[in-house]
Design a protein around this ligand. Structure first.
Ligand code: C2E
Ligand code: CA
Ligand code: CA
Length: 747
């Protein structure tokens, strides 16, 4: 009955009660009268008194009674019956003994009524029949229930026939409405994937569960209901039993209409766990207001939970490799910091030359390499240790402390060794190495600091020549601070000067020029070298700020600045004196700068601006950066080279370029690294290298500059035909101090 709309249910209940009362009254009436015939006349008075009362009650109940003479079969209808049929007072129909059958009863129901009556006559007893009548006055159809009681005499023939009729139209209407409502509810429950249940709180037992439980749990409602006291929790996940119990307590504490929602797992018939959301509300209460029953709805939210889990996983993991990301790493590292025990290690890895894989083999191959590296790193650590990817080609490994620090560092070194074997990707093998910084968890630094320190150590490892492991030292932290200071200085110095000039003490970026002479001492070119001074006018070493620029977004701006100033200077020198048409200007270019898509256009535009020819410019790229240059960079250089711009390999001899490779590069000029010059004239190996490079350059039709010539002895030791650069010929100086005149001739 809980299914029914409460109002309709109440109406139905009321009507049912009324009907039962009326029927009881009718039965009582008949019995009393039968008795009255058989017993003494003393009772007659009381009987009449009672029957008067009963008749009144009957009238009140809308009950019309009649009698039928068993001998003549003539009916006698009482007033209330005519009222029920709508036969007005004074109507001739009132005198018609067949009025009921001919004018009132609907013809379709005639047969049933006659059958019921005949049944009564044949066997005696009480017979109920329900039928429709049409009211005489209004023509309205009504539903009537009739009770006929036949008392049989000793001969088995009817001795007394009494009856009563009651208008049950309202009842029937209510019953239909209830049936409709019931059907609606059943349909709703059947169509809904949600499961409706009612639980008896005290007994802890379900008393109703809707059929959709079949879909939700693959179980029959009867199975759930029959599960007994432990029913609700029998199929609940052990970890969720308490959650559910608490939810029930909470729901019972709610006022009417309140809903308590909770989520837990239930076992499906086929053995998998189903996540459900349960919304429960108080349903039935005891007189004192305690909740006796809870009504609830269960909804399958497994998909929602799975989606939430995926989201949570995505928030904490790198999508490419599936490794923990920075967020999860930080959490794990915090756990490691507070764990105590032997000193754990944070290993910060950055792949060397990974960009080259991307550039030469494509991004898909790059991704494949990263995934393979991720996989290998995981094989190098224990199950409870963490390998995370911070993005790009940076990974962090958290190692638990081994027996002692040496053991831990050995474990860290072993991590790097997984990259000894080349990685297969995009149809070719790639030898990827990594530079690693490692810091030991000392209980003083927090997670963030440890990560920063490991990162700092990694930078040092890179700076020292890659493919190595660097242990963090406090001094590296100062170095990092210094780099940050330099970056700030450089950024300020590169800020364009507006109408208001920079104040005094502002960091400044200037250019120094160093001459290049031919073997006779004639100045054939000038190299522009950047100079940065800090707020106090103290120079910052170029290797430092150029390195900082290369690591940040500043290198493009630095390069553009140098190119513009240097070309303007060359144009000025050309204008200042005749005979300088062959003088070239060399600028240093970082690999990152040359890889920028707009680089070639920028160079050509600058030449154009100063009315210079492409051949007036030399672009110097270090051997290392040329070796690591991707196809786009090489294409750019080739294009410039074909247009006449000269390209020089700087610091030649430090990058192990094969001679064959040299022929494939778009270069015009080789600059022998000053490290070799320093060994002259006594170091035989250096002398050999210088001679070999000079010979090879001549062979290939390339120019050759020997850098770092500081002494006359060194100059004398050089092979013929090479150009010279170095303190002996001129230090890097501001433009107005540079001497472009001929140098001393050779001995
Ligand atoms: P580099 O291109 O090899 O430049 C030559 C370096 O050797 C300069 O150092 C110069 O001062 C130094 N040098 C010249 N003659 C002698 C000598 O006889 N003996 C010794 N010991 N050294 C000599 P500097 O100016 O410190 O520059 C260092 C490096 O910084 C340069 O090496 C170059 O790679 C880079 N660099 C300088 N300016 C720029 C720039 O504007 N852009 C880029 N990308 N790199 C630059
Ligand atoms: Ca140079
Ligand atoms: Ca050089």
């Amino acid at each position: 009955s809980w299914l029914l709309d409460p109002l309709r249910g109440a109406a139905l209940g009321l009507l049912l009660a009324g009907l039962l009362a009326a029927v009881a009254v009718a039965g009582l009436l008949a019995r009393e009268r039968a008795q009255a015939v058989a017993t003494q006349a003393v009772l007659l008075d009381r009987l009449e008194e009672q029957s008067a009362m009963l008749e009144e009650a009957a009238l009140l109940a809308g009950l019309g009674s009649f009698t039928c003479d068993p001998e003549t079969m003539a009916f006698a209808f009482r007033e209330e019956l005519f009222a029920l049929w709508g036969v007005p007072a004074g109507s001739p129909l009132r005198d018609d003994p067949d009025v009921f059958a001919t004018h009132v009863l609907e013809p379709q129901d005639q047969a049933r009524v006659v059958a019921a009556f005949d049944e009564g006559l044949a066997h005696g007893g009480r017979h109920d029949v329900e039928f429709r009548i049409r009211r005489v006055d209004t023509g309205e159809q009504r539903h009537v229930r009739s009770t006929v009681e036949v008392v049989l005499g000793p001969d088995g023939r009817p001795a007394r026939i009494t009856g009563a009729q009651l208008d049950v139209s309202d009842l029937v209407a209510a019953r239909h409405a209830a049936q409709d409502a019931g059907a609606l509810h059943r349909a709703v429950l059947a169509a809904s994937p949600d499961v409706v249940f009612v639980t008896d709180v005290r007994e802890g037992r379900p008393v109703y569960v809707s059929p959709s439980v079949r879909q939700l749990l693959g179980r029959e409602p009867e199975e759930i209901l029959g599960a007994g006291t432990e029913g609700p929790s029998r199929h609940v996940h052990p970890d969720d039993v308490r959650v559910l119990a608490q939810a029930t307590v909470q729901a019972c504490a709610l006022g009417d209409g309140g809903v308590w929602q909770t989520r837990y797992r239930v076992l499906h018939q086929d053995g998998h766990w189903v996540w459900v959301d349960r919304r429960a509300t108080p349903f039935q209460r005891d007189a004192d207001g305690t909740v006796r029953q809870l009504l609830g709805v269960l909804r399958d939210v497994s998909d929602v939970v799975a989606a939430e889990e995926r989201l949570a996983h995505a928030a904490l993991h790198d999508p490419l490799t599936g490794l923990p990301n920075r967020v999860l790493l930080a959490a794990r590292l915090r756990g490691l910091v507070s764990a105590g025990g032997p000193r754990a290690a944070v290993v910060y890895l950055d792949l060397d030359g990974f960009k080259r894989v991307n550039d030469t083999a494509g991004h898909a191959a790059g991704d494949a390499v990263l995934c393979e590296v991720a996989r290998r790193l995981q094989t190098a650590v224990r199950a409870d240790e963490t390998v995370a990817r911070l993005g790009g080609d940076e990974f962090v490994v958290l190692l638990r402390g081994r027996d002692d620090d040496d053991g831990t560092l050995t474990a860290a070194r072993r991590v790097l060794r997984v990259l000894d074997v080349p990685v297969q990707a995009g149809g070719s093998l790639h030898l990827v190495r990594a530079s690693a910084g490692v810091v030991l968890v000392d209980g003083e630094s927090d997670a963030e600091q440890l990560l920063a320190d490991a990162d700092t150590a990694m930078y040092r490892a890179k700076g020292l020549g890659k493919d190595r492991l660097q242990l963090f030292e406090a001094s590296l932290r100062d170095e990092l601070a210094e780099r940050l200071r330099v970056e700030r200085l450089l950024r300020a110095a590169l800020q364009p000067v507006g109408p208001v000039p920079h104040p005094r003490g502002w960091p400044r970026l200037g250019l120094a020029y160093q001459v290049v002479v031919d073997e006779r001492g004639v100045v054939v070119g000038v190299e522009a070298l950047s100079r940065l001074t800090d707020d106090d006018g103290v120079p910052v070493p170029p290797d430092l700020f150029v390195g900082v620029a290369e690591e940040s977004d500043l290198v493009q701006r630095l390069g553009a600045h140098v190119l513009e100033r240097a070309l303007r200077q060359l144009a000025d020198w050309r204008r200042a004196a005749p005979g300088r048409e062959a003088l070239t200007m060399a600028v240093n270019v970082s690999a990152r700068e040359a890889s920028h898509p707009g680089f070639a256009a920028q160079v050509l535009a600058a030449l154009e601006r100063h009315r210079l020819e492409p051949a007036d410019l030399v672009l110097e790229l270090t051997e290392t950066s040329l070796l690591e240059a991707g196809p786009t960079t090489l294409a750019t250089l080739r294009r410039l080279h074909e247009l006449g711009v000269r390209v020089a390999i700087d610091d030649f001899g430090t990058g192990y370029a094969s001679l064959r490779y040299l022929t494939e590069l778009p270069v015009d000029l080789v600059k022998v690294d000053r490290g070799f010059t320093a060994g002259l004239p006594h170091d035989a190996a250096c002398a050999t290298v210088v001679r070999a490079v000079a010979g090879m350059a001549e062979e290939l039709g390339l120019g050759c500059v020997v850098e770092g010539v500081e002494t006359q002895e060194q100059r004398d030791a050089l092979p013929g035909g090479v150009h010279l650069q170095g303190y002996l010929l001129g230090r890097p100086l501001p433009a107005d101090e540079v001497d472009l005149g001929v140098r001393l001739a050779r001995r």
